[in-house]
Design a binder for this molecule. Structure first.
Ligand code: GLP
Length: 262
């Protein structure tokens, strides 16, 4: 058993699970982890999605409370790679993940150009862009800390089921379930969600030195249980994370409701 507060628990396999009382408490904990990594000039893998909005708000608050000189130093050493981007959307499109990151972190914090990287959704050859992006992660020495949300169909990044643990960074087709999940940003119309995306693969995610999986809300309780407590399988790509030796899972009580805690 990991040292208590009540918010800590173990799973039946030896990874760390932290159950927080609220979304705000989840955000505060994850923001602190990201802050510590930034202080160590770690190479971050960053995620998008609604789950990350309170996390990034807490991180902005934490960073903006720093005195100017330490903040400037930290920002000057910022190196991050986002997980994914829609094919066909550029940073000038508010629905792109590039625009999301600009709103959430790069703009308010004034992260220096080039510090925060994301696949180019408007590249003429998306397959070549995926290869370039995967190579850029390797050239940076790999990811020190990969932040992940969880798709309602069990995807991480945009690694749609079925997906094995060896899948590399690639251009792929989005599932109907994912286009429905993300339709809100496209006027509620799943058909308006791009059909393809570029995503880091399970290979790059599992190669990250540490992984931080963040899941909130009752709607994710069942898929979280399958990801963490059923045998790993291609139908739930997040379940391959069970093989990662340095996985921390941070959830609120609503998302934890389906877990069997030891
Ligand atoms: C999106 C992203 C994922 C994200 C997940 C959950 O499609 N590609 O990186 O973690 O789905 O999104 P949300 O946090 O909005 O539920």
């Amino acid at each position: 058993m990991i040292a208590s507060p009540a918010s800590l628990a173990t799973l039946t396999w030896p990874r760390q699970l932290r159950v927080e009382a609220s979304v705000d408490a989840v955000a505060a904990h994850v923001a602190e982890r990201l802050f510590q990594a930034l202080e160590q000039a770690a190479v971050l893998g960053l995620a998008t999605g609604r789950t990350m909005e309170p996390v990034y708000a807490a991180l902005r608050q934490r960073l903006m409370a720093l005195p100017p000189a330490p903040l400037a130093l930290l920002l000057s050493r910022w190196r991050s790679f986002n997980l994914d981007e829609y094919v066909g959307l550029g940073g000038d499109d508010p629905r792109s993940f590039a625009a999301f990151m600009q709103r959430q972190l790069a703009g308010p914090l004034q992260v220096p150009a080039g510090g925060l990287q994301i696949p180019d959704g408007c590249a003429a050859d998306p397959d070549a862009e995926a290869r370039r992006y995967g190579a850029a992660v390797i050239a940076a020495g790999g990811l020190d800390l990969q932040l992940l949300g969880l798709g309602s169909n069990g995807h991480v990044g945009f690694n749609e089921p079925p997906c094995g643990p060896e899948a590399p960074c690639r251009c792929l087709e989005l599932s109907r379930a994912t286009r429905e999940q993300n339709a809100a940003a496209f006027g509620g119309d799943p058909a308006a969600v791009p059909e393809r995306a570029i995503s880091l693969g399970m290979a790059e995610i599992l190669a990250s030195r540490r992984v931080l999986l963040v899941v909130t809300g009752a709607a994710k309780a069942q898929i979280l249980r399958r990801a963490l407590q059923d045998p790993p399988c291609p139908e739930v790509p997040a379940s391959w994370l069970q093989h990662h030796p340095q996985l921390e899972v941070v959830v609120d009580q609503a998302a934890a409701a389906g877990l069997e805690l030891g």
